[in-house]
Write a new protein. Structure first.
Length: 79
């Protein structure tokens, strides 16, 4: 992901989530190095992916979170 992850990108995130749901279960790596804004919409995707993957014994791996993403993910217990 890169740029701002907010309400304007929600449709794209939902499309990506649906596409992931169609694939065989596996760990998912989410690279957040290029994210400049990480808000509630992005956090909702992390929650949904974490819940979905945990049902199959897999996990969401958050890689190189930007400062913005890291702060919210730490506050919410995802990092």
């Amino acid at each position: 992901m890169y740029g701002e992850v907010d309400l304007t990108t929600e449709p794209q995130l939902n499309d990506a989530h649906r596409e992931l749901a169609r694939l065989a279960p596996d760990d998912v790596v989410l690279d957040l190095a290029g994210v400049t804004f990480f808000g509630c919409v992005a956090l909702r995707l992390v929650v949904r992916l974490t819940a979905q993957l945990s049902l199959t014994g897999h996990k969401l791996i958050i890689q190189t979170p930007s400062r913005s993403a890291q702060r919210l993910l730490e506050l919410t217990g995802f990092l």
